[in-house]
Design a protein around this ligand. Structure first.
Ligand code: BGC
Length: 821
């Protein structure tokens, strides 16, 4: 194994698209997600985690206690009692000595194998595509020379669906728990008697020797999970929970000759009763839907067929984009893990991870729009649906609910709106969708505003929302002509209208923004980008007057930015409510910020006067480190009422000079825009987890997914990652590698190929599915340049290298040969 692809804890297996963990005591729990459509599970490398349907807050099926001691405790556990010795294949919770362990986190599944005293127990967890259930496949092998009669106990704890109530309201929840057991199936039916029409099923596909549904009976009152009574006693108690804490546990007795093995499965399902009658008799629920599920997965071959479906599903999805290039990290991440992470952020937004409890935040308006940028090439139809859902949480004045619940699709009133960047991201996601799919009909799709009453039919369209978004920013500008910031822009912690002195209030909602004057240079840069996108969209639609109108807005904002936001060597960040500048050499701290450099350059500011390059060189000089670009410098040393939460963090973490990977990607793209392929790759690698194997005890996070934040140089733990998985970094790094470095950019008229690579790359190949065709793209770099296409051939015929490759549209594979120079 090459040292850069392995750490003391594990290594990448690129051929199987797995990360293989060989020690359970990873620096932090390393997470994987199960599920791709509506049923999801979090699964750590020691089988910790929980499951939910659609919404981690409103439909949580199994329990998990966040910030537990240890951090990760509770999940999909199996206890093995082999001749009185008790252990778990996933090491926890018993943590028995001498268990040989391997965990493979794969695409939508986790396989954990434990072996002790010649008994091997393999557990495999996954959600079959299109199903509302999890399959736990278990294979027990007797590798010893003696007959073995092990007992196996499954264990997981049920959640009462509404997660917040479940973890806070014990005066009620301790009295309402209800289950039924039928054969090998445990039905969790709390609140089914009243308003719920759904339940959780936990069933085994094999006859069982006993069961438990009462946690007190299985674990004990004074015991912990590592010393649970039943597995150590080796006998289930057949307890039927009444109130308190219902669990699901099955006892399986095995008899295995030397060399023999047995396989069986468990199904954990979310079941909606639909039209079926709720009860067969008083207190006896109608289990027909659940029974059909158990029957389906008890059929020989059903579990393996479902796993094969899952593999085929991911092969097909990832087949939309595959690259072969000289950098193994960029290649591995882009081909597999980055696209996989984009599925997770698309599905979860920022709701459920090891850092997000699933009860706090639903889907974020700006977050979900950006998440689409890395997802749209995989399943454009789901992106379309999501765009319309998000847009429907916009208000008719142009502002947006900052977050919404995926189950209800309604905006969350507790956080509200007035983050004045939110609406602009809708322009980016919509344009990305149309460029990928060619489907302009989405613009005319009916789309309501969240606050508007309609008489029977919705008369507004998505295009109206985009127009409203642009108009809002043009209208809501401050004393310098820059966009107002509201509660905050992308940097949720730069709260220029907050002035909070009260520790019990949220920085995000405190403060009155209605008559506020604070302005954001970052929003101005983002607006430039969005206005240019709108102009391009209208040109594509042959609506030239509208395109010209957008160009006019662009020019007006650009003139303002160049006039009021240039600080001498970089763009400033904002104007505070009192009119003072933020992010200027005249400030004592926070002199230079990353976001405005990224967005002003990407928006086209400084392109013709040298400022773009100078701003980027300032980033390099003041903000770049070997672990990424810090958010600003110098870090704030004291809380500043005028600036809000950004100054509340200790120096070097989060928005106070931490390395926020998300905004690093805008700098990567800006380097690409300037033609600096070497810089772009160097910067990309500085935050790339695959490239952190040799410093994993410092980095600590999963080596296969991008982290939201890496501690900056002002922190004592410089280089330590946090908030892995659910971050806008996922979508944007996919854009960086696929569109920035490799330069494969979807456009209205076809695919553009405009790479910006390190000069020593001899070339690369990409297979890209686009609008039903497959493009086999070969890029050669005989002159050792970073940028510039001197020849482009489609199926052997020379075409104009400045134009997109025209869409052939015959469903077949086309060769594209590109020569740089
Ligand atoms: C939020 C984003 C925000 C970023 C920077 C993330 O936690 O999800 O919406 O842009 O932090 O503050």
């Amino acid at each position: 194994m090459k040292p850069e692809t392995a750490s003391p804890y594990g290594h990448f297996d690129d051929a199987t698209r797995e990360y293989v963990i060989t020690r359970p005591d990873t620096p932090l729990p390393w997470l994987n997600y199960l599920g791709q459509d509506e049923f999801f599970g979090l699964c750590t490398n020691t089988a910790g985690g929980y499951s939910f349907w659609k919404d981690a807050k409103l439909r949580r099926l199994t329990r998990y206690r966040y910030n537990n001691v240890p951090y990760d405790l509770g999940g999909r556990y199996f206890y093995v009692n082999d001749g009185g010795e008790v252990w778990n294949p996933g090491w926890k919770p018993v943590k028995a000595k001498g268990v040989k362990y391997e965990c493979r986190h794969g695409l939508g599944y986790t396989r954990i194998v434990g072996e002790r005293d010649g008994l091997e127990v393999e557990t495999l967890f996954f959600v079959p595509p299109g199903e509302n259930l999890e399959v736990w496949k278990v294979t027990v092998r007797n590798k010893s020379a003696q007959r073995k009669t092990p007992k196996l106990f499954s264990y997981q704890e049920f959640c009462f669906f509404e997660a917040l109530n479940d973890m806070t309201n014990y005066q009620r929840t301790y009295s309402i728990g209800e289950v039924e057991v039928e054969g090998s199936a445990i039905y969790h039916k709390t609140e089914f008697r009243e308003r719920r029409n759904h339940y959780t099923l936990f069933a085994c596909t094999r006859p069982i020797a006993g069961f438990d549904t009462s946690r007190d009976a299985f674990v004990g009152i004074h015991e912990g999970l590592h010393e649970a009574k039943v597995p150590f006693a080796g006998q289930a108690t057949n307890s039927v929970a009444f109130g308190w804490n219902p669990i699901g546990s099955h006892q399986i007795n095995l008899d295995l000759a030397p060399g023999a093995e047995e396989s069986f499965a468990f199904v954990l399902a979310y079941v909606e009763q639909g039209e079926a009658p709720k009860f067969d008799a008083p207190f006896v629920m109608n289990k027909s839907v659940g029974r059909a599920i158990v029957e389906k997965y008890s059929a020989p071959g059903a579990v393996d067929a479902a796993l094969a479906n899952l593999k085929a599903y991911w092969d097909a999805l990832l087949g939309n984009f595959q690259v072969d290039c000289p950098n193994e990290h960029a290649q591995r991440m882009a081909n597999t893990w980055n696209q996989y992470q984009c599925m997770a952020t698309f599905n979860m937004s920022r709701s459920a991870s090891m850092y997000e409890t699933g009860i706090g935040r639903g889907m974020g308006f700006r977050d979900s729009n950006q998440d689409l940028l890395g997802f749209v090439h995989m399943i454009p139809s789901r992106a379309r649906e999501r765009i319309l859902d998000i847009a429907a949480t916009q208000l008719s004045d142009g502002t947006c609910y900052h977050q919404y619940q995926p189950l209800t699709k309604k905006g969350n009133a507790d956080i509200g709106g007035d983050f004045y960047d939110d609406h602009l991201w809708l322009v980016l996601s919509t344009c990305a969708y149309i460029k990928e799919s060619g489907d302009t009909s989405i613009l005319q799709a009916p789309c309501a505003y969240a606050d508007k009453a309609y008489e029977n039919v919705v008369t507004d369209t998505l295009l109206d929302h985009l127009e409203t978004s642009i108009a809002y920013t043009m209208k809501k500008r401050g004393p310098n002509g820059l966009p107002l910031i509201g509660h905050a822009d992308w940097n949720d912690c730069l709260n220029l209208n907050c002035f909070s002195t009260e520790p019990n209030e949220s920085f995000q909602t405190a403060g009155d923004v209605r008559d506020s004057k604070a302005e954001s240079v970052m929003i101005a840069g983002l607006f430039l980008y969005a206005a240019r996108e709108m102009a391009g969209l209208y040109e594509h639609l042959d609506r030239n007057t509208d395109a010209a109108r957008m160009h006019g807005h662009y020019a007006e904002m650009l003139e303002t930015v160049e006039r009021v936001s240039w600080d001498g060597a970089w763009y400033t960040r904002a104007y505070a409510a009192d009119g003072s500048v933020v992010g200027s050499h005249t400030n004592a701290e926070g002199k230079i910020f990353i976001e405005s450099q990224g967005w002003c350059v990407l928006g086209g500011a400084g392109a013709n006067n040298g400022r773009a390059r100078q701003a980027m060189e300032s980033v390099h000089q003041h903000l770049y480190t070997k672990n990424g670009v810090v958010l600003q410098q110098p870090a704030y040393s004291a809380y500043d009422l005028r600036l809000g939460e950004v100054t509340s963090y200790p120096p070097g973490v989060k928005e106070n000079a931490g390395i926020f990977s998300h905004n690093n990607t805008w700098i990567h793209l800006a380097w690409c825009q300037l033609g600096e392929g070497d810089r772009a790759l160097e910067y990309y690698l500085s935050i790339c987890p695959s490239a952190k194997q040799d410093q994993i005890d410092t980095y600590r996070g999963e080596p296969y997914v991008y982290a939201q934040m890496i501690a900056g140089k002002d922190a004592p733990c410089f280089g330590e990652a946090k908030n892995n998985w659910l971050t806008g970094t996922a979508a944007w790094t996919f854009v960086v590698v696929s569109q920035g470095l490799l330069g494969i950019k979807p456009d209205y008229a076809g695919l553009r190929v405009a790479p910006c690579i390190p000069k020593d790359w001899p070339g690369f190949t990409v297979t890209r599915r686009f609008r039903g065709d497959t493009y086999a793209i070969t890029v050669r770099n005989p002159d050792g340049v970073s940028k510039g296409v001197k020849a482009l051939r489609l199926n052997g015929t020379e075409i104009d290298p400045t134009k997109p490759i025209p869409v052939v549209g015959d469903g077949s594979t086309h060769s594209v040969d590109v020569v740089l120079g």
